[in-house]
Ligand binder design. Structure first.
Ligand code: HEC
Length: 145
């Protein structure tokens, strides 16, 4: 290639770079399957069902005041058995032991739910620390504890 062509190409490359849109930071959250706090084990009942996921019971337990999460989503969060069975869309993908990022339970409380709305429906999103507890429970094997 003649030097002049090379110079022209180099100039063009600079142009394309300048024209590239500023897309800003990544919008979808990045996910890690790693246990953020391996020294502490997360308890499903103590830390999640009666802890950070307590507000879900309104819609996702038969005893809740508006059990629409069961009526529409088919997802009952009463205990380990009902939770592990998943809902209408998630089914057994609800919790994939050791793989929080593949688990619909974690995806539904995140910024980019795979279907439907971000949970809790009509409520404030869980904080990153609360979501991390859910993630860690799954990373630790999603046990009945
Ligand atoms: C105000 C009621 C309400 C609250 C509170 C609520 N949900 Fe839901 N949930 C629904 C409804 C309605 C659906 C079905 C529509 C959808 O998937 O968006 C649903 C669906 C789901 C599903 C998908 C089930 C499936 O397989 O189709 C999951 C998982 C879920 N909710 C988790 C949660 C979690 C975790 C919380 C608490 C952090 C929560 N929800 C709080 C109403 C609620």
């Amino acid at each position: 290639m003649r030097p002049l062509v090379l110079i022209a190409l180099a100039g063009l490359a600079g142009c394309i770079d300048a024209l590239a849109p500023d897309v800003g930071p990544l919008v979808t959250s990045t996910c890690s399957n790693a246990d953020a706090d391996p020294a502490t084990s997360v308890s499903l009942r103590r830390d999640l069902l009666t802890g950070v996921l307590g507000p879900c019971a309104t819609c996702h337990t038969p005893a809740g005041s508006t059990p629409i999460g069961i009526a529409i989503g088919g997802f009952d969060m009463t205990n380990f058995e009902s939770l592990s069975a998943g809902g209408t869309r998630s089914s057994l993908d609800i919790v994939v032991p050791g793989m929080p990022c593949d688990s619909v339970l974690l995806q539904k409380i995140g910024d980019a739910p795979p279907f439907g709305a971000r949970m809790p429906l009509e409520g404030a999103p869980l904080t990153p620390a609360e979501r991390q507890l859910v993630s860690d429970w799954i990373a630790e094997g999603a046990r009945d504890n």
